[in-house]
Design a protein around this ligand. Structure first.
Ligand code: NAP
Length: 305
């Protein structure tokens, strides 16, 4: 099932499993990317802000040199918050670092414009320590700029990330292009069912990030997950990833460890009793968000983090 493909509202196909690259340090990520592509991954998730696109590009170049065709790999990267007023320039920098002419998907990383001329190029803060937001710009204006990119040949599709239902409801009436994807934190501690259902209704594909619970995750030890893993005689990781594919979402586990990169390609079919069991977990344990950047704005996320 690792070769499952989902169809985006553009008609393009996105492979169900991709390799995440956040916190994959230089010195590690080139090998991770080229290993992933050599064992069958055809989807790589990147971002300008991860600071490692050049090395990801080296991993891609190595794979292309050994015969992989560019059109056979789905590559995503993302517009960072301090660059919301100039998506074209930020995209060009990403393409240059990745060594690519186009990406398959360009996402707005967060619906939160930040000051481009603040005290830090990526994470500007005000004197009191709070995020330095660009309050005279808006995520809707950013989207309108991103829509122009679809005419440049440099992006096959555009989408969003970290959009709650509230933010999608603000964006959609203003959009000429419906986002192809909403990439959100998603795992049994944060099912985000409302967002997943809303996206499905609006033809927006969901990609689940931090599916394993990110660095130092407690999800592997979670009793409810271990029970389903035991039933199928697979690892807890396989259950965590298969959960999304069963929901019609793609999933982008990050690893720099060759054996884990291989293991994470394994997707099994879960039945409705497995899904019911996994859905029960957040109902009894509550919600946990592992990635939360504290922008100081109400993003409409579940209030328990
Ligand atoms: N759009 C956004 O705002 C956003 C935010 C966060 C993440 N993302 C994307 O989503 C990707 C995945 O999320 P994530 O990096 O937060 O976390 P994740 O994929 O949930 O978890 C990664 C962690 O799990 C470990 N791991 C990987 N496979 C494993 C396995 N089979 N068994 C045990 N441990 C395993 C990794 O260790 P090793 O690497 O040491 O093997 C790493 O510590 C990111 O890399 C990024 O591309 C997007």
């Amino acid at each position: 099932m690792s070769d499952t493909l989902f169809t985006l509202n553009t008609g393009a196909k996105i492979p169900a499993v991709g390799l995440g690259t956040w916190q994959s340090d230089p010195g590690q990520v080139k090998k991770a990317v080229s290993h992933a592509l050599s064992v069958g991954y055809r989807h790589i998730d990147c971002a300008f802000v991860y600071g490692n696109e050049s090395e990801v590009g080296e991993g891609l170049a190595e794979a292309f040199k050994s015969g992989l065709k560019r059109e056979d790999v789905f590559i995503t990267t993302k517009l960072w918050c301090t660059r919301h007023r100039e998506p074209q320039a930020c995209l060009d920098e990403s393409l240059q670092r990745l060594g690519l002419d186009y990406v398959d998907l360009y996402l707005m990383h967060w619906p939160v414009p930040m000051n481009a001329n603040g005290n830090h190029p990526l994470f500007p803060k005000l004197d009191g320590g709070s995020r330095d937001l660009d309050k005279s710009w808006s995520h809707i204006k950013t989207w309108k700029e991103m829509e122009k990119l679809t005419k440049t040949g440099k992006v096959k599709a555009i989408g969003v990330a970290n959009y709650s239902k509230k933010y999608l409801e603000e964006l959609l009436p203003e959009a000429s292009v419906v986002p192809a994807v909403n990439q959100i934190e998603n795992h049994p501690y944060l099912p985000q069912q409302e967002v997943v259902d809303f996206c499905r209704e609006k033809t927006i594909h969901v990609t689940a990030y931090s599916p394993l619970g990110s660095t130092g995750s407690p999800l592997f030890q979670e009793e409810g997950i271990q029970k389903v893993a035991k039933k199928h005689d697979v690892s807890a990781g396989t259950i965590l990833l298969s959960y999304h594919v069963a929901r019609g979402s793609s999933v982008i586990p990050k690893s720099i460890t060759p054996s884990r990169i291989e293991e994470n390609l394994k997707i099994i079919k879960l039945d409705s009793s497995d899904m019911d069991a996994l859905e029960q977990i957040s109902k009894t344990k509550g919600l946990t968000r592992f990635v939360y950047p504290a922008f100081g704005v109400d993003l409409g996320f579940p209030d328990k983090q």
